[in-house]
Design a protein around this ligand. Structure first.
Ligand code: GLY
Length: 401
C-alpha cells in the first residue's frame, strides 16, 4: 500500500539554507579533487568514503571505466560555473581529454550509458572549455560517442539496447528506463550535424518506452525486452528493483527527468504527460520524510534502505518540468515540489559537517539485490544533488542534458 502522499511545499526552503548547502557541497568537491587528483573515484562510497576505482583486467587503478565517471566530472563543471574558480575548470578539462581518449581507444563502450558519460564528460567541455582547440576536440569526441551509441539502435524494434555486447543473448533486445537520460547525446548530435538518424532514434526509442516501460498505473518497469527479429514488445523485468512488477525508485526518478528532457527535445506532448505520470506515482509513494525507499514497494510500515539519489534526480526532473511545462500552474507546482525534495535532502541526507563524509549526499542505494553500494554516497547522487542546488540558485543555468 502506498504511504501517505506528500503535500506540495511541505518543507520550506529559504535562500540561506540553499546557500549554506551549496557552500558545504563545494567544500566536499574541492576536498575530493585534492584526495583523488585526476584518478576516478569508485561508483559509490564505502563507509562514506570514496576509494579510487580499483584495477580490473585491462584497466589500471583509477581508470576511466564504467558508467559513473562522468558524474565526477560534471560536479567539477558545476563547481566552475558556480564559483568561476579556474581550478575546477582545469580539473574538468583534464578529464575531457581523457574522455576523448576513451572513445577513440574504444575502451569500455558496450553500453547505452555513453549518453551519461559523454553528456558530462565531453559535451560540457565542447561548450565551456577555455580554448577553441579544446572545445573542438571535445565536440569531436562527443560525435564519436554518439556514433557508437547509434550502433546499439536495433531495427525493427526501434530501441537502443542497454547493456552488453550486441551479440550477448542475455542482453539482446533489452532496454531500460535509465536510457531516457542517454538521449540528449543523440539530440545534441542531431543539432550539431543535422543528421536525421539521431533525431529519429530519439523519437522512436522514447515512444517505445512511453508505450511499454511506463505501466498503466503510472509506475515503470526497470527493463523491457523486445524481439530483435520481429520487433515485437515481449516483457518487463527488473535488474536492480525488488520484483519484476514492483517499481524501482531510481528508475521512476529517471522517468520523471528523462521524459521531461525528451519532451523538450522533441516537442512531443505525450512525453510531457509521461513525465507527470511518473511524477505522480513517485510522489504518492514517498515516505513521511520525503525521501524514497530504494524500491517504491516499501513503506513506513515496511521500511527498507533509502535511495536519496532518486530524490535528487526527481528534484532535477521537477526543476526541468518547471522550465518546460507550458502550463504555468503545473510549472509552479513542479518548482515547489523540487524545493520540498531538496529541503528534505538537506535536512536529513547530507553530512553534518563537510569532511564527515566524502559524498555530498548520504544514504543512497546502487544495487541492493547484488548488495552493492547500500546506504552509501554515489557519484550520480552527488552530481544530481549539486545540479538541483545549481538550478535553484541559477535559474538561467544552461542544462548539460
Ligand atoms: N543507470 C544505472 C543506475 O541508475 O543504477
Amino acid at each position: 500500500m502506498a504511504s501517505t502522499p506528500r503535500t506540495d511545499g511541505a518543507r520550506a526552503l529559504d535562500a540561506a539554507t540553499v546557500s549554506a548547502a551549496l557552500d558545504a557541497a563545494l567544500q566536499t568537491v574541492q576536498r575530493n579533487i585534492t584526495l583523488h587528483g585526476d584518478a576516478y573515484p569508485d561508483d559509490t562510497t564505502r563507509g562514506d568514503r570514496y576509494q579510487i576505482r580499483p584495477a580490473i583486467p585491462g584497466f589500471p587503478v583509477g581508470a576511466n571505466r564504467g558508467w559513473t565517471t562522468s558524474f565526477w566530472v560534471g560536479q567539477q563543471w558545476l563547481a566552475w560555473e558556480l564559483t568561476g574558480d579556474e581550478q575546477y575548470r582545469a580539473a574538468a578539462q583534464r578529464h575531457a581529454v581523457d574522455f576523448a581518449q576513451r572513445v577513440r581507444a574504444e575502451h569500455d563502450l558496450d553500453t547505452h550509458d555513453l549518453g551519461f558519460l559523454y553528456s558530462l564528460g565531453s559535451l560540457t567541455a565542447a561548450r565551456l572549455a577555455e580554448s577553441e582547440a579544446e572545445r573542438a576536440d571535445a565536440r569531436d569526441a562527443g560525435l564519436d560517442a554518439a556514433e557508437h551509441l547509434m550502433r546499439r539502435f536495433l531495427e525493427p524494434a526501434g530501441i537502443i539496447q542497454a547493456w552488453g555486447d550486441l551479440s550477448d543473448p542475455q542482453q539482446s533486445g533489452r532496454t531500460i528506463i535509465d536510457s531516457l537520460m542517454n538521449m540528449p547525446l543523440l539530440t545534441w548530435a542531431h543539432e550539431q550535424t543535422g543528421d536525421e538518424r539521431f533525431a529519429d532514434a530519439v523519437r522512436r526509442h522514447t515512444a517505445q518506452l512511453r508505450e511499454h516501460i511506463l505501466r498503466p498505473d503510472n509506475s515503470t518497469f526497470h527493463t523491457f525486452y523486445w524481439d530483435t527479429v520481429t520487433g515485437e514488445p515481449l516483457r518487463g523485468a527488473t535488474e536492480q528493483g525488488a520484483f519484476d512488477d514492483s517499481c524501482w525508485a531510481r528508475g521512476q526518478a529517471w522517468g520523471v527527468y528523462g521524459f521531461a528532457i525528451n519532451y523538450r527535445a522533441t516537442g512531443d506532448e505525450r512525453l510531457l504527460e509521461s513525465a507527470w505520470r511518473c511524477a505522480e506515482y513517485f510522489l504518492s509513494h514517498l515516505p513521511a520524510d520525503g525521501v524514497p525507499y530504494w524500491d517504491l514497494v516499501y513503506t513506513d510500515e515496511n521500511p527498507a534502505p533509502r535511495d536519496s539519489s532518486a530524490a535528487a534526480i526527481a528534484a532535477c526532473g521537477f526543476l526541468e518540468l518547471a522550465r518546460v511545462d507550458p502550463d504555468a500552474e503545473r510549472a509552479a507546482r513542479a518548482h515547489a515540489l523540487a524545493e520540498t525534495l531538496v529541503a528534505d535532502l538537506i535536512a536529513g541526507y547530507t553530512p553534518a559537517q563537510p569532511g564527515d563524509a566524502d559524498g555530498l549526499l548520504l544514504h543512497s542505494v546502487y544495487d541492493l539485490p547484488k548488495d552493492n553500494g547500500v546506504d552509501e554516497g554515489t557519484l550520480w547522487g552527488d552530481y544530481f544533488y549539486l545540479e538541483a542546488l545549481t538550478r535553484l540558485v541559477r535559474p538561467e543555468w544552461v542544462t548539460y542534458w
